[in-house]
Structures are given as structure tokens and as C-alpha cells.
Design a protein around this ligand. Structure first.
Ligand SMILES: *Cc1c(COP(=O)(O)O)cnc(C)c1O
Length: 441
């Protein structure tokens, strides 16, 4: 396995060259590709991705946290093929279709009880935008102008202007600061302990009690901050945040775009704290990693604030061309069917325990600062390197050469594999990472 860099005639190389002539890749300094090979993927099966030269890679990051049941999953493929021959797309304003109806009912049934309405969007960031607009508009419809949002330090909610505004990853945000919305940040609990959760709740109460009247909503990633380096905190923080936001008349938006659909050990991370937010955004795992789709789930209370005789200022006039696409809704229905027909969460619990055991070994390495885990998400934080050393990139290259796709976030190496990974494959994935980290010294 590995690159065949010297074979300039390899299919991979041909594809790479042809790509770099015209494609501008996301989240990438394109000049890096003068030396860093781009990997053209020909096909996928289960947890494996295959390039054009026949190399296989374990997709340890679930293709950016979206894939749940493997690539080319038989059940999902079948359902999409059938839907494709029935209806590929129709607008969702004035019209509807069966997959959108059925999916909305299922989502209402499985999400926390106060969430009773489903607004379809088509990607994660846009669902965050829609939730922010809805929350602001709700208060306006109630006669109050609250032009401010609150979020956690180190948070990530996407990269469109509104979503970027409530995020706090400097790397993505700094350049665009003059363009962003007015937002406040409160400190995220510094670790997974209960004490840190309570300490952070005190700061939240301080801000809500002094600025609560200006704030429409408090948005957070429940339990795990993904792009912020897989930072994790205790469910007590969610319980406290729910109570405080209620007390001060501020909406709580749970951004479960990454944590939803079993990633954290329960179907939704909010369940660890048994809370029901005012809004929940879902995407990524929603379609099992197949197609772009997202939803904003909200309460009857919010819905009713927009429900009245026609008045252009009161209705939620927000839309996207591909809102509620039938193929994407079908992929989501197929994904939920897998959850219904198999004990996914039970199996994941066993796999999480196994990952936990394997993770311990990393603490032997002197360049490992901390390990942490929440369900099917595990992270190894390194210490002693400056950002200029681009340690993450070195691990990425090492792992690829050994058949594993890892994509470290700075000095945090993490594992977020598709749920269909086996214990032998977990061994392989973690051994390659271990060896990559060990060799840094
Ligand atoms: C990925 C992500 C988003 C953005 O979703 P996109 O589909 O990439 O726009 C928002 N919030 C969280 C927590 C995410 O992990």
C-alpha cells in the first residue's frame, strides 16, 4: 500500500494532475499540493476507500464525519435507486413528497420531545443560518428585537457568514471578522469533569443575567466540539444551560450536526443530559453520509409565533433550491431503517469500550498530553509542537502511506470511523496512528 509517487504514469498521478488544473479544494492551501499528493478515490466499500492505483484506505474520519454504515451500503443504495426512478426532485414550497413527509415524522419521533416541527435545509451551515434567523425572527414576532447571539469559546458551527459568526475557531474566522454578526462567547467547560461544567455555568449565568435581553439564542455543540479539536465536556453543562436559557428567555440551539445519529453513544448528544432544546440542527450522519441534507427541528411554541393570517413580515421566508431533496430524504430514511432494524447503539457501545481499551496505550507516549472519548469519537492530544511544525500533516501523510485516512485537527489526532468498523480494523487504524505518533519523536 502507499503512494506510487515515482511512477508518473500511474492512474492516480494522471487524475491528480487533471484535477489540479481546475479544481479548487475546500479547506486547503492549494500550493501544498505541489508536494503533497492528492488522492483520487475511485470507489468505496464499507470502511474502505480505493484509489485509482488500487490502494485501500480505512476511512477513519468517516469522510468528514458523515458516513455511518460504510460506503456503498447495500440497503441505502437500493432505496436510493428505487427513489431515483420515482422522483428525483421537486420544490418543497406549495408541494411535498413522501420521503420528506415520512422522514419528518420519524425525526419528530426520535428527537427530544419538545421538537415537533421540521424545517428542511440542504447542508449543515445553512441549517445553522436558518436556526439563527428563526430564533431572531421569533423574538421579533413577539415584539422584541434581540440582535445578538451567544456561543461557546472553541465552537464550530460552519463557515457561511452567520455560522462563522457564532463559531470561535480563529483559523476559520479571523480573516472575516469585519463581516461577521454581533456575537458573545462564554467559556466552554475546560474538560470532561463535573467541576469544570459548573464553573462554566457560573460564567454563563453571569452573561445571561446582564446581557440576556439582547440575546436571541445560545448555540452549542452538545458534549463534543468537533472542529475545535474534539474538545469534550460533561452533560451537567447541558442541563445547566437548558435551565439558565429558559430562565432568561433565551433560546437554546443544539447543533447536533456532528454529534447526532449515535456518534456520542446515544442517538442524540442531548439525551445524555435528558434535555430538549428549542432548536436542533442535524446534517452529516442524517443521510448516512450519502447526500447533502439538513434540518432545523423546533418546537410548536416557535412554530406558532410565525403562524398567522398572511403578513409578509411574520412568515419565515427562507428557502434553498434543493430543500428536502427526495433522494437525500430517502437516504435518511434508509439510514434510520438501519438504526431500527439493528442494535446499532448496543454494538457501538461494545466498540467504544474496545476503542477505550486501545486508547490507553497512547498515554505511554511522552508526546501525548491527553486522551479523551465520547462514544464513537476518540481523540489523542499531542504536546510539545509548534503550529509551524504542522504535526497533523505529518501524521496524515504517515497514516496514508500505511492505508489509513486520518485527518488530524492541528495537534489532535482523532478517530471517528463508520459504525461498521470491526475490532480488527480498529486495531489496524489505531496501531497506525500510534506508530505515526511514536515516530514523531
Ligand atoms: C460540519 C459542521 C457544521 C457545518 O456543516 P456543513 O454541512 O459542513 O456546512 C456545523 N456544525 C457542526 C457542529 C459541524 O460539525
Amino acid at each position: 500500500m502507499g503512494f506510487k509517487l515515482d511512477e508518473t504514469v500511474s492512474k492516480n498521478n494522471q487524475m491528480m494532475r487533471r484535477d489540479l488544473e481546475v479544481v479548487w479544494h475546500p479547506c486547503t492551501q492549494m500550493k501544498d499540493h505541489e508536494t503533497l499528493p492528492l488522492i483520487p478515490i475511485k470507489s468505496g466499500k464499507g470502511i474502505y476507500l480505493y484509489d485509482f492505483d488500487g490502494n485501500a484506505y480505512i476511512d477513519a474520519v468517516s469522510s468528514w464525519w458523515v458516513n455511518l454504515f460504510g460506503h456503498a451500503n447495500k440497503i441505502i443504495n437500493e432505496k436510493i435507486k428505487t427513489q431515483l426512478d420515482t422522483l428525483e426532485h421537486v420544490l418543497l414550497a406549495g408541494f411535498t413528497h413522501e420521503p420528506a413527509i415520512e422522514l419528518a415524522h420519524k425525526l419528530v419521533a426520535i428527537t427530544p420531545n419538545k421538537l415537533q416541527k421540521v424545517f428542511y435545509v440542504d447542508n449543515g451551515s445553512s441549517s445553522v443560518e436558518a436556526a439563527l434567523k428563526m430564533s431572531y425572527h421569533y423574538h421579533l414576532n413577539k415584539g422584541i428585537n434581540k440582535p445578538m447571539f451567544l456561543s461557546l469559546t472553541n465552537s464550530y458551527h460552519g463557515e457561511t457568514i452567520g455560522a462563522l459568526s457564532v463559531g470561535d475557531v480563529a483559523l476559520y474566522k479571523e480573516t472575516y471578522r469585519p463581516l461577521l454578526l454581533a456575537c458573545l462567547q462564554v467559556p466552554v467547560p475546560k474538560d470532561q469533569s463535573q467541576d469544570s461544567a459548573h464553573e462554566a455555568l457560573e460564567a454563563l449565568e453571569g452573561v445571561l443575567s446582564t446581557r440576556g435581553e439582547e440575546i436571541s439564542a445560545f448555540i452549542l455543540e452538545p458534549l463534543v466540539q468537533g472542529a475545535g479539536g474534539m474538545h469534550m465536556y460533561h452533560p451537567d453543562y447541558l442541563r445547566g444551560a437548558r435551565k439558565l436559557t429558559e430562565k432568561f428567555g433565551v433560546h437554546l440551539i443544539a447543533d447536533e450536526i456532528m454529534t447526532g445519529f449515535g456518534r456520542t453513544g446515544k442517538m442524540f448528544a442531548c439525551e445524555h443530559a435528558e434535555i430538549s432544546p428549542d432548536f436542533m440542527t442535524l446534517s452529516k450522519g442524517l443521510t448516512g453520509g450519502y447526500l447533502p441534507l439538513s434540518v432545523v427541528m423546533t418546537t410548536n411554541e416557535v412554530y406558532q409565533a410565525f403562524y398567522c393570517d398572511y403578513n409578509a413580515h411574520k412568515a419565515f421566508l427562507h428557502s434553498h433550491s434543493y430543500t428536502g431533496n427526495p433522494l437525500a430524504c430517502t437516504a435518511a430514511l434508509a439510514t434510520l431503517e438501519i438504526f431500527e432494524s439493528m442494535d446499532v447503539l448496543g454494538e457501538n457501545e461494545k466498540k467504544s469500550d474496545y476503542i477505550k481499551m486501545k486508547l490507553e496505550k497512547f498515554t505511554e507516549l511522552t508526546n501525548v498530553k491527553k486522551i479523551r472519548q465520547q462514544g464513537m469519537i476518540a481523540a489523542v492530544e499531542l504536546q510539545g509542537y509548534s503550529p509551524q511544525e504542522r504535526i497533523g500533516l505529518r501524521i496524515y501523510e504517515y497514516a496514508l502511506k500505511h492505508g489509513v485516512l486520518l485527518r488530524p485537527l492541528g495537534h489532535v489526532i482523532y478517530f471517528m470511523p463508520p459504525f461498521v468498523i470491526t475490532t480488527e480494523e480498529i486495531d489496524r487504524m489505531m496501531e497506525v496512528a500510534y506508530e505515526g505518533i511514536r515516530r514523531l519523536n
